[in-house]
Each structure stands twice: as structure tokens, then as C-alpha cells.
Design a protein around this ligand. Sequence first.
Ligand code: HEM
Length: 533
Amino acid sequence: MSITALLSLPLSNAIVDSYNMHSLSICVLFLLFFLCYLLLLKTKKYVVLKHNNNHKFLPPPSPPKLPLLGHLHLLGSHPHRSLWNLSRTYSPVMLLKFGPVPTVIISSAMVAKELFKRHDLASCSRPRLAATAKYSYNFLDLIFSSYDDRWRELRKICIAELFSPKRVQSFQHIREEEVNQLLNAISQSSSSSTLFNFTAKTYSLTTNILTRIAFGKSIRESESKLDDCDVERVIQRASAAIGSFSASDLFPSFGWIIDRLTGVHGRLEKNVEELDAFLEHVIKDRINFWAACQKEENILDVLLRMERDCYEFGSIKFTRDCIKAVVMDLFLAGVETGANTLVWTMTELVRNSKVMKKLQREIRSTITKQDQVKENELEKLQYLKMVVKEALRLHPPLPLLLPRETMSHFKLNGYDIHPKTRIHVNVLAIGRDANSWKNPQEFCPERFMESDIDYKGQNFELIPFGAGRRICPGVNMGMAMVELALANMLLCFDWKLPNGMKEEDLDMEEDFGITVSKKSPLQLIPIPYFNSN
Ligand code: HEM
């Protein structure tokens, strides 16, 4: 029963039976309690603010809220879109309450710039949530840990050892081989009349690339109990669990009961167990493999070497749990973001066939000597880069970035932001803001022709990878994967919609988790293209 229904129940009883003094007195008592509660909240807030600040507190604008729930009821099934709509009515800096948790939503490039340039340090921690605690082995990882000395050191090590340009380049052959496998799979399906499930295949591609980069073996080759579909599904379930609200995060005193009753807790535990068993298996597998023969180092090898050498760097100790937490990060951060970027880019290309043809002309006139695009040729494909940027502008895989938590008070756009406030930057709203972009809803890669706007965290109208201290360290790894796969699929095939389907019929509905995916799978017909040059 809804809260509004609960509130009105005693009132309607009293009206129906006006002689029933009992109901009437309950109703009056209830109202009195409610008024006292509101008065208490107001007085408490006033006293706290007066004591702390000695100046008038100016909170960001806020829509009306419900008792207990705050603004939770306004989120709907697509929070990034509901929040974007609300920001147009209220302000590009908006204060909401999710249960008792104060949350600030930022929806313009100007305010994002102020946040990242002036208040990055004050706002770069992460909230400690029930699900993220589990997936990060109690915050031993990079993505979900709070900002402190340990996180700073871990980030430094990961950037130097795992995400450096040299390391990313050392995995070039893995990306090329996996893309080649995908091209073969498409060729096989294009000889039959069946539809090609673009979504499923790109998820397998990014999972296989990341498992090979992380462990040296794709899921295809691993003897793990999970096959590729299982691994993808387990990762998808993890991302859904992290992306959804857990009652115990909102109402610590009783929310855990709700999580147990609704099965949220059980599903989370099961999913974490599955992922942990998978990681344990591949780690053991890798240790045995190393004992047998020493080959090139993958990410797990680097981490195991640090564990073996009892590598200690300030407060970091590479224990087995720390290794699993970092490897888990790679999967949670890299698989869905890459696959969703590929799916949304292809969806826009199919809807905008002129752009697709122009891009194919660029690729086919540049790559004339061989039948596959190699990574070192991607630099020549400038229109390809514009197309991917445009897709990331319209469809950022993490439209609300990851939640930040403030560590100290600061003023943002003139409003007071207090410590322990959660911050979400709505990059979907920013990417579609008419103040920053001409015809923002149009898919027009040409807008980047004469512009230096890039996604590396300096141009705040385009920040699909975030900005500041928490910017995605996997930008180069992610983009290499996306650009290489797309260039090859467009070099080797023409892509058609299933019979009778028009460009405008293509379903663009989104599914919201930690990343936003296309709700229905993208099904296309690939037609092999033979370069006559
Ligand atoms: C197209 C692909 C990708 C996109 C759009 C993307 C986007 C993002 C975003 C928006 C964040 C959060 C930034 C913030 O909190 O402000 C993030 C964080 C992160 N990403 Fe990526 N990412 C991609 C690929 C990857 C890949 C391939 C990896 C590694 C294999 C990776 C590793 C990480 C890590 C470790 C973090 C956490 C950083 C921290 O909190 O310090 N990402 N990513």
C-alpha cells in the first residue's frame, strides 16, 4: 500500500462514520504526530546549520518530497532521463533525497567544470554501499574504494602497471585476434539466412578480450566451470546489482530486512560467490601454467608477481583478495561499457545510413592492401573517431558516471554542498544540452570536424569517461577495442536491417543498470563486402 494511501486511511474512516469518535481521535493524533515530526525536522536542521555555519545555508533547488522516501519515487525506471527532465524544471544543480541520503545531481557542462576544476578533491570519494563492498572484497579495489592514501597508491600502481600506453599496446595482438574470430563468426552466419545477433556477439567479444588481457586465456579456451555465456550473464547480473538501489544502503537500521525479504541479499551473495569461484579457478590455473612455462605477462601475472614478491607500496599489500578485487574491476568496468558503446554506435549507424556509407568509404579507401584493419592504422581513420565520439555523446554507457561522495563542505554554483553528500553527474543531460550543442538530438559526427572537443576529461560538454581524479583509467584500452572492432566490421561487411524493417522502426529503448544498454538485442543482416582494389 502506498504512503499516500496509508495517510488518507484514518481520515476517510472518520468521514464515513462521523459518530465514530475513536477513528477521529486516531486521525487527529496521527496528524498531530506528523506535524510535530515536521516541526522537529525543521528545528533540528535550523539549529545544526546555525551552529555549524553561522551563515545562511543555501541548498540547491529541490522538488517537493515524500516523508521517508524523499525523492525516490521520482526516479522511475530510467533515472538518468527522469533526472534530466527534473533538472530542466529545477536547476542544473539539484538536491534530492534518496531516503535520508542527500544527493546532488549536476546536469550542465558549466557546473561540471566547476566541480571537477575547483572541487575535485572535496568530492572524489565513493559511498560505501552494500553491493560494492561485496564485489570489491570490502573495498580493496580501485573503482569503489573511498578516497584515501591507499586508493591513491593503488591507482598510481594500476596506471603504471596495468593501464600504461605500453601495457595497452602489448595487448594489441589479443584485440586483433579476437576481432578476427568475430569476423569469421559473422562470415559463417552471413552465408545462412539467419539474423546476426550483434548485441550478443559484441558482449562475447569484449568478454573474451578482457579475459585474455586479464588471464591470458579467453573463456573459450578456459576449463572454467562457467562457459562464455555464463561469464557474460554473471557479469551482467553483477552490473545490475551494483546499479540498483539496495534498501540497506538507504535505511541502514531496517533496510537489511527488506533486502532479505525481497531476495536482493540472496541474489547478491550468490552472484558474488559465482564470480569469486571463477576468479579462484583462473588464478589457480594461471599459477600452474606459470610453473610449466613462462610466456608473456598478462594483468593477472603482474598482480601475482607483486603478491609473490610480497610487494608492499605504502599501505598497499597485494593479497589474494586485493588481486581478485582489482581483476573484478576490469570485468565490471570494461565488458559492458565496451559492448554497449559498440551496440549504440552500430544502432545509430544503421539509423543514419548516409553516415554509415561515408564511414565505410573512409575505411575502404584507406585500408586497401589487406583484408583487416590493424590497430596502428586506426589513427588514419578520423571520421571513425568522430562517429564514436558522437555515439558516446548521445549514449554514454555510464550516464550518471559512478556515484561520488563529498568529504568537505564547498559552494557549487553558489549553493552549499555538505560533506557526505552523494554526487551524480548526468553526462546524458550534458551531452544533449542545447546550451552546449547545436541540434543536440541529431546524430551528426560532422560537428567534431572543426572542433578539438575530446573525451579525455578537459572538455566538460563531453565527459563519458568522467573527469578529475576518478576519470576512467581504461580510456585507451576501451577505445582501442571499440574502434578496432567497428572499423573491421564496417570494412568487411555491409549491414542491413531485417526484411521490411525501416530505419525509423529501430527500437531505441534503454535498459538501466550500472551501464545503459539497448533493451532489445540489435539484430542485423551482414552482407560480405569484397574489396576490388
Ligand atoms: C568505452 C568504454 C568505457 C567507458 C565509457 C568507461 C567509462 C568510465 C566511467 C564513466 C568511469 C567513472 C568515472 C567517474 O567516477 O567519474 C569509469 C571508471 C573506471 N573505469 Fe572505465 N570505461 C570504459 C572502459 C574501461 C575499461 C576497458 C577498463 C579496464 C579494463 C576501465 C576501467 C575503469 C576503472 C578501473 C574505473 C574506476 C576509476 C576510479 O574510480 O578510480 N574502463 N569508466
